[in-house]
Design a protein. Structure first.
Length: 232
């Protein structure tokens, strides 16, 4: 009789342990409720303790009482949480916005679609990096004393070869942001002897984006345009 009782107890206990093992190894489906509470005591050595706090967040403590990293900060080599600074990057009701960048303020830059373009996440500048890609001999459409405008997004190189029929001639090369330009960047004077009578003299200067430029004869009348070439 006694033997049968112990045998029955052994069967019941064994079944209970087996059921508990199944319970703890089972997958949790659906949802789990967390009771909001104040900071609990420290866990035992080798453990971390988490709980739901009154700020609707999860708290975490180590056995030494230090705060655990539940939401690690992102780095260049590790995924994590990015916190907005409230100045350059702000967050309002889950909407992230960015301050417009200036010469004194970090922020977001929007390509204008002309001088700076973006395609497939790649940002490029016009003309393959902003370099010179075009050459034109424009002698027939240029005249001394006339103002011209660099409307492009890159600097322009202008080369003007002057021809002289007589001596004592002065040619001035002007360029700046004013119309007409008044900044003298170069000047050619043939002198009273030595240069003249079919002489060809080239002068080259640079015109910045948006600036105006002019080549003018300011003394004498024996000068004419031989070749006028522009690169932009």
């Amino acid at each position: 009789m006694t033997r049968k009782i112990f045998k029955s107890i052994g069967i019941v206990c064994g079944a209970g342990i087996f059921a508990a093992a199944l319970l703890f190894s089972a997958q949790t489906l659906g949802y789990m409720d967390w009771q909001i509470r104040t900071t609990p005591g420290n866990p035992a050595s080798g453990f971390m303790r988490t709980w739901a706090n009154s700020s609707n967040n999860f708290g975490c403590l180590t056995s030494a009482g230090a705060t655990c990293t539940v939401d690690p900060a992102a780095t260049t080599s590790a995924l994590g949480v990015v916190k907005t600074d409230g100045s350059t990057i702000s967050n309002s009701a889950g909407l992230i916005s960015c301050t417009t960048s200036t010469t004194s303020q970090l922020g977001c830059v929007k390509p204008d679609g002309t001088t700076i373009t973006i395609s497939g996440g790649v940002i490029s500048s016009a003309g393959g990096g902003g370099g010179i890609t075009h050459q034109a001999v424009v002698t027939g459409s240029r005249a001394l004393g006339t103002v011209y405008h660099n409307t492009g997004a890159t600097a322009m190189i202008v080369s003007v070869t002057m021809q002289f029929s007589t001596t004592n001639q002065t040619i001035q090369y002007l360029t700046d942001s004013s119309n007409p330009p008044t900044t003298l960047v170069d000047q050619l004077y043939t002198g009273t002897s030595g240069i003249g009578g079919g002489a060809n003299i080239p002068i080259t200067f640079v015109v910045l984006p948006g600036n105006y430029y002019k080549v003018a004869q300011t003394f004498g009348s024996g000068g004419s345009i031989g070749i006028w070439t522009e690169w932009n």
